[in-house]
Design a protein around this ligand. Sequence first.
Ligand code: MV4
Length: 624
Amino acid sequence: MKKKFVSALNRSLTPAEHSYEAFKKVFRKIKKTAPLVYEEVETLIKSNIVPIDKRKKVFKKANLAELGDTITSSLIKKIPSLDARELKKIVGSKSSQTFIDMVAKGLSVSSFSEKEYTILSKEKEFKRVLIANRGEIALRVIRACRELGIETVLVYSSNDKDSLSVKFADKACCMGSGVSYLDINKIISIAKKTESDAIHPGYGFLAENAKFAKLCEKNQIKFIGPLSKTIMLLGDKVMAKRTVTKAKVQVIEGTTIALKNWKHAFKIAKKLGFPVIIKAAAGGGGKGMRIVTEEEEMEKAYVSAGAEAFLSFGDKTLYMEKYIEEPRHIEFQILADRYGNVVHLGERDCSIQRKHQKLVEESPSPAITAELREKMGDAAVRAVSAARYEGAGTVEFLLDKSKNFYFIEMNTRIQVEHGVTEMVTGVDLVKEQIKLAAGAKLAFNQDHIKLDGWAIECRVNAEDPLEDFRPSIGLITNYLPPGGPGIRVNSICHQGYKVLPDYDSLLSLLICHGNDRHEAITRMNRALKEYFIEGVKTTIPFHLAVLHNKNFVKGKFTTAFIEKNDILKSVKKYIGQKRKELTNGQKMIVVTTAVSKYMDKKNNLNNKPNAWVMSGRQELMQNE
Ligand code: MV4
């Protein structure tokens, strides 16, 4: 199709366009409508790929078709998402169109549809992908596979047998009862039996398990994520820091080797100056982490951090850093192909969290200027390149009060909060991740990636914010999600859905997009008020409290936001009026009325009203 497009365009080149001057005239018109085309052609001319005779003001290449070929094929390479049917319409249209008009039209088609950042040849595409996860993310991956034309196999625990993901997958295999999403041998054997080409681990569970990735590699099933050795390298936070330091990425001052014992830790702390923070090398998410503010606390902190790290990760290795007070948590989304190309898709601000559980995320960050974004994005790309990373990933930074930023770790999975990046970049990250795993090539460079507007995500959990966020399990008796402009709801909830105690309490991801931060906040407030979830307690009132907070609205917050602003005290104000329970007498009336209506209807089924009654009713209606 693309070849046909090229030749059709070439045929349409008018002699006038042969002259550079005439070409320029038409060309300038498209600067607004199709800036990508403009930029690309400008680059071709500037870099002398399309040479111009400056004196005669004509293109140097005498052959019109050759000139068209160069421009068109270069454009097509950069814009892989041209819609074949639309193109046919454009090149086949009888109306007289110039070459550049046609290109611009072809490209404006793609600017309305979703952006694709990668190209994958047909032979490399996966036929069938196994999904080793549950809940919202299982459904999210199924949706991405559907759009890519990939069949899905879902493995599930019998508790989840009624979930939407089981219903939506092309094939669902029950692995038995209880928590079995970690049974790597069973998952591999199902993948083989179902002839799956790849396994998508989602987030959590096996997503960053190097042993599982290795087992996939051994069985020639593509693990959708980086190579097992990359997961291993980046899973060790000390190694990760050493790797990125080589690429001149700033890390927090501290140890570059594991701590030997508490006295060793003590010596280093004295050198760094208190407060310091002890972290688990295998860690992340706050497990095995201790802040040490004075000398006397060191021994106890060291011992308990090591014990907790061993319990959580089976590895008691610890390291130390200078403690940064009230930082912001900023992470960069990156995409990397296996040929060494890397781009970043801007940042997410994930500072609003409680006990290392993120609750609200947004993109871009209100703390980051275009200039800082470029610096941090550059560092993120360097970090990814240094680790020879491939696929979709996240580079985490802490940003201190003076806007210094420091690499802390890298996540090798698709993250819960990836949707806010999708809404400001127009990219489906899960689809790109799957294509990259199949060997796709990045088709864009950093200059082509533009952030559009603002997106905020609230994690709606089945938890009671008034009871220390205690999980609230049970049946969802009534469910009505919000809608309208700028709203996206990622959830497997529905009326009759049972929130189980065995798993985390994430119910739904509510994402709102606006042209600017103010609009995104306004929409989120509206959507939160529209959202009805009954039967379990949710974090919706907490989110309303955050969104109404003055400092949040101003974009002034750090990881200490919830405590510093006493958010939990204001949650009560946002708890909706509970509907009054009916009295037994009222319930009786409701039931007997329903029964009598039902009986009436049933008796009337074979008993259509006669023509006189019908015409009488019509008359009544018309008189209304
Ligand atoms: C820190 C820090 C302050 N100073 N490191 C917490 C989880 C882990 N990924 C890194 N974490 C932190 N590391 C130094 N040297 C503060 C935190 C931290 C934090 C980071 C991101 C988001 C929320 C947080 C909440 C408390 C502490």
